[in-house]
Design a binder for this molecule. Sequence first.
Ligand SMILES: NC(=O)c1ccc[n+]([C@@H]2O[C@H](COP(=O)([O-])OP(=O)(O)OC[C@H]3O[C@@H](n4cnc5c(N)ncnc54)[C@H](OP(=O)(O)O)[C@@H]3O)[C@@H](O)[C@H]2O)c1
Length: 338
Amino acid sequence: MNQTTFGAALNPAAVPQRKLHTGATMPAVGLGTFGSDHVSPAQVAEAVKGAAAVGYRHFDCASVYGNEEAVGASLEQIQRGGVKREELWITSKLWNDKHDDVIASCRQSLKGLRLQYLDLYLVHWPFPNFHPQGCDVTSRSADAKPYIHENYMKTWRQMEALVDMGLVRHIGTSNMTIPKLKLVLRDARIKPAVNEMELHPHFQQPELFKFVVENGIQPVGYCPIGSPGRPERDRTPEDTAPTEDPVILEIANRHGIHPAAVCIKWAVQREQTPIPFSIHNYRANLECVTRDPLSGEEMQAIAKLDRNCRLIKGQVFLWKDGQTWEDLWDLSGEITLP
Ligand SMILES: NC(=O)c1ccc[n+]([C@@H]2O[C@H](COP(=O)([O-])OP(=O)(O)OC[C@H]3O[C@@H](n4cnc5c(N)ncnc54)[C@H](OP(=O)(O)O)[C@@H]3O)[C@@H](O)[C@H]2O)c1
């Protein structure tokens, strides 16, 4: 790989940037790297290289995606090709069975990704439960635990230590709710820079979105296209697809783009940071945010499409019999009792 290869078809400076509460900037579109159990590590690693070549500088990784070594080899080639480390924004995440082993888990991700530091490290889920990779939604861990704030803060203290040690630049949360975040904001020494959450036109989470923005936390949106390739276990008959919504289709038609690109444009213009996964269409997903913005009327029309349709429900984290997935998301406004 030479510098020209990663000289970027699209100028990375044309991609909107987010300013975090620390003053750091993060590209407002990242490439997701979860292969949803059917895209191999090698294919994801190839997409990471291709995406860097078209101008991506932000990559959303996680130990549980099982591909950090392959992605790391690509990141190394990208840097050898002339992209400086400080031009990249690399996120990784602590998996649920490692809440007591944060430092070692982070070092493992750094080793796999072949990096000296991460730009962002997230607690992937607030539930410290082990379940085997790829297990069915009916699978329950015998020692599954609810959210226990005291325990979460023990994990958070280790996340803060990673910042002190210089191993990560920012720390953040994922799959949180307002009542849980209120406690973390009250008790954190280093506050979360980012909250990663499901966000797409059919699941806009307006209250949580407003809460994080008002608290200076950047919302990063996963499944921004409605995750059409998600595993079977994450599908239920009630799920809807934003890319099949007639309003999205009409806007896509008007702009001459794929409905997925409408979802990405909407996300960026709403000032969240989408992290679309793609091995075939990543170029279009970046290009679309650099030109031909959606109009005010189009943004308003999409705002009205919210169906409160959560796709990633998290059933495997339920900790006792008789619960439903809604119990994980504190719908009453209070943290669900143990
Ligand atoms: N924090 C968390 O708990 C959490 C949970 C879930 C996901 N995530 C992160 O979020 C990322 C994105 O979520 P996701 O992968 O579930 O869903 P997604 O980004 O909403 O959807 C990805 C799917 O959309 C297709 N696609 C992408 N762009 C397209 C386009 N322009 N035209 C047509 N099809 C297009 C992709 O197919 P092709 O590959 O064929 O383009 C792929 O099948 C993950 O990879 C992961 O990094 C985080």
